[in-house]
Design a protein around this ligand. Structure first.
Ligand code: SF4
Length: 412
């Protein structure tokens, strides 16, 4: 099989892994080396379905000895198989990089022979790139579930980011869908990365510069809709991964049932809207100070009609309206239509003078959404409804005139 054929098979086989954003690393170009991974030098591009394509994204091999029910590469599937050699992957990466077509490499792999044997192959690719080609670009590699700590650590000194895919929020679901993987093996891989990073922290504080270990941190991915878990389990798991494992990113992938006939697959595939809502909720946890249990309230699944922040604000309508001149930052961040930048501008502006309602749009606030939840110096359009049901419908785009009925006493 020639290289082009392998490339066709193994890039196609890699497309279902979404844990591959290239942000977060900063490596200067070295004299005599090629490329750099400075944050400003890395850009992203995304396909229409949200997959990152700025990296050369490959599987090392798709000849898998495992039989995960959700995966196209499982051993029981009759699909064309191919494997690269470490030299081939390194050569392809350099060729694409020199043509300015990629920012770096995202390399994953099926499990061939054993987790450790596969990891050794991936490490070899990274060694050739870093030590022989002096490649300073971005490298993101997959840790093979269950690989030994020694190998995970070796890889961590070569790659900018590693990902250990947890796939499902509960151990039971993982065991059911991926019987050859163990939750303990995946946790142990994550802990290897977390612990080594923690061990290196004291020397950073002392001012010495230890060799970079996974500088862009670790990430993982969860598949939505392949099993029975709800959004509550997904977000709770993501929250614990951020807090306990020092996870940099959790990626989510709406399940595409690749092992079913096409018509059935289209019928039962997880809607992309679910993935979108979970990403929005994840964003709230990382940048807006929300906890998973607050986002969902009594729900098992996120509201489909409005985004999670709007749903939370309507559920907690009694906490509003907030006066933008006095409300604390953490509450302003909870107003639909106010992002971190708008909140920052509000905080800066109100230090100098009271903000008027009419000047709020200048802060970047999306007033069409925020107007239901804020006042300025006690002022807001007095015809806005106080009925949370109507506010919900307005935010869902179902009630374009969410204003209360005029009474005879109202003046416009
Ligand atoms: S280990 Fe499972 S998910 Fe990974 S390639 Fe093999 S069958 Fe697919």
């Amino acid at each position: 099989m020639d290289l082009e054929e392998k490339l066709g098979i193994l890039t196609n086989a890699a497309k279902y892994d979404v844990s591959c954003a290239s942000s977060g690393a900063s490596r200067k170009g070295a004299k005599g080396g090629v490329g750099n991974a400075a944050a400003s030098g890395i850009c992203h591009s995304w396909t229409s379905d949200g997959r990152c394509v700025s990296l050369l994204k490959l599987l090392y091999t798709n000849a898998c000895m495992y039989d995960c029910s959700y995966c196209v590469n499982r051993r029981s599937n009759d699909v064309p198989r191919a494997s690269f050699t470490p030299q081939e992957v390194a050569g392809l990466t350099m060729a694409f990089y020199r043509r300015n077509m990629i920012e770096g490499l995202f390399l994953s792999s099926a499990v061939a022979i054993s987790a450790d044997r596969t990891m050794e192959r991936l490490i070899r690719v990274a060694e050739i790139l870093r030590n022989r080609e002096h490649f300073g670009g971005y490298i993101h590699m997959k840790v093979i579930p269950g690989a030994s700590r020694r190998l995970v650590e070796r890889l961590g000194y070569l790659a900018d980011r590693v990902s250990v895919n947890i796939e499902f929020p509960t151990d039971q679901e993982l065991s059911l869908m991926a019987p050859d993987k163990t939750p303990e093996g995946i946790r142990s891989n994550m802990l290897s990365v977390r612990d080594r990073k923690l061990e290196l922290l004291p020397s950073l504080f002392r001012g010495s510069r230890p060799p970079a270990f996974v500088p862009a941190g670790q990430s993982t991915q969860m598949i939505l809709g392949a099993g029975n878990s709800d959004d509550r389990e997904v977000l709770n798991k993501a929250e614990s991964l951020y807090q306990m494992m020092g996870m940099k990113r959790v990626y989510y992938s709406a399940y595409v049932p690749v092992n079913l006939p096409l018509e059935e697959a289209i019928r039962v595939r997880t809607p992309l809207l679910r993935e979108h809502r979970v990403y929005q909720a994840d964003w709230l946890m990382r940048f807006y100070g929300f906890q998973a249990r607050e986002i969902l309230g009594e729900r098992r699944f996120l509201d489909q009609k409005v985004d999670p922040k709007a749903a939370w604000a309507v559920d907690n309508f009694h906490l509003f309206p907030l006066d933008v001149n006095t409300a604390p930052r953490e509450m302003l961040l909870r107003v639909p239509g106010l992002g971190p930048r708008a909140v920052q501008r509000i905080l800066q502006a109100r230090r100098l003078a009271a903000i008027s309602y009419d000047s709020l749009a200048k802060t970047g606030a999306v007033m069409k959404r925020a107007r239901h939840f804020i006042t300025a110096q006690g002022r807001r359009p007095h015809l806005l409804t106080d009925d949370p049901g109507r506010v919900y419908r307005a935010l869902a785009g179902e009630d374009k005139d969410a204003f209360r009925q005029l009474s005879f006493l109202d003046t416009v």
